[in-house]
Ligand binder design. Structure first.
Ligand code: AMP
Length: 189
């Protein structure tokens, strides 16, 4: 199994690069943000529970997020690997993901952090807001999401670094160049 975590703050390019990577490596894309947005759109009970938190740019509680992620993985018993995009966002999520995968005789192969400075993130999200109008991309909500990233999510990096699983890739530049740099890391696994 090739199980990757694509890591980075909002606007780092995780979604864009995940799409390219799943095509190349035949992986299942698990984006917790996309899953939540699907629940909200379909007005499921889960969607109703999380919609305000997401609209406010706050993290959804770990218990809810982890249960949803595990369910998604379990829906794909024949997968040859997964890309986790936007998950884990807390150390608890990272620990639970490890336990869950170990229970299946698997593990995280590697974690790649896309490195993008804050000015570029703000510029990209402002652009995305104009094009897609995602409510949590407006300037105020984005500020909260970036705060959540630097207060909670960033601590996931040392968790994987201690396991020798962390690589960093420059997330600024041409999409194709960044993709090639990701491939160079993955092909070393
Ligand atoms: P994203 O599309 O990954 O930026 O996620 C959009 C929003 O969904 C986030 O701002 C959070 O409110 C929620 N979310 C997505 N993934 C997670 C996660 N792993 N843990 C907690 N909340 C999450």
């Amino acid at each position: 199994m090739l199980n990757l975590v694509l890591f980075g703050p909002p606007g780092a390019g995780k979604g864009t690069q995940s799409e390219k990577l799943i095509a190349k490596y035949q992986l299942i894309h698990v984006s917790t943000g996309d899953l939540f947005r699907g629940h909200i759109k379909n007005q499921t009970t889960l969607g109703q529970k999380v919609s305000q938190l997401i609209a406010d740019g706050e993290l959804v509680p770990d218990s809810i997020t982890i249960a949803m992620l595990e369910e998604e993985v379990d829906k794909n018993p024949d997968a040859t690997g997964f890309i986790f995009d936007g998950f884990p966002r807390t150390v608890t999520q990272a620990e639970e993901l490890d336990k869950f995968l170990v229970g299946k005789g698997s593990l995280i192969t590697g974690v790649i952090a896309l490195d993008v400075d804050q000015d570029e993130l703000t510029r990209r999200i402002a652009e995305r807001y104009k094009v897609r109008g995602r409510p949590d991309d407006d300037a105020e909500k984005l500020k909260k999401r970036i705060e959540e990233y630097f207060s909670k999510t960033i601590h996931v990096l040392p968790y994987y670094e201690e396991q020798g699983k962390l690589s960093k890739v420059d997330g600024i530049g041409e999409i194709e160049t960044i993709f090639e740099n990701l491939i160079a890391v993955i092909d070393q696994y």
